[in-house]
Design a protein around this ligand. Structure first.
Ligand code: CU
Length: 129
């Protein structure tokens, strides 16, 4: 009899704690991660590519655009745009860097990873308003 009571108390405790834990999760509804809240352009380095396709990035003259580079790969990467003086320096896995695309001139500028320039390169197109 005593043992049954103890088992019941333990079971009720589990239910109570589980319930409180659930309520806690509801109250602290998941916030978007800091990366998701960042406006601007996000480039994710993974599998020796930027955003899977090395996409063309568009920006406007005299309108700085925030550029975040995140290394989600198992190896180191960086992002360099010689013509726009952008260089994140080497990013280890899980590191990120925030910079900006800013240009007074229209044009097409090449971005690349200095460690994997054969596969990780694309264009930044800066256009007038
Ligand atoms: Cu790379």
């Amino acid at each position: 009899m005593l043992r049954n009571n103890i088992i019941a108390i333990i079971a009720i405790s589990f239910v109570t704690v589980g319930g409180l834990w659930g309520i806690g999760n509801l109250l602290n509804s998941p916030q978007p991660s800091s990366l998701e809240r960042r406006e601007g352009i996000l480039l994710v380095a993974k599998d020796n590519l930027f955003n899977e396709t090395n996409p063309t990035i568009y920006a406007k003259i005299d309108e700085p655009t925030k550029l975040t580079v995140v290394n989600k790969d198992l190896v180191r990467h960086d992002l360099v745009v010689d013509a726009l003086n952008i260089n994140t320096a080497i990013l280890s896995p899980e590191q990120d860097a925030v910079t900006a695309i800013a240009s007074e001139k229209a044009g097409e500028f090449e971005y690349y990873c200095s460690l994997h320039p054969a596969t990780m390169r694309g264009s930044i197109v800066v256009r007038g308003n």
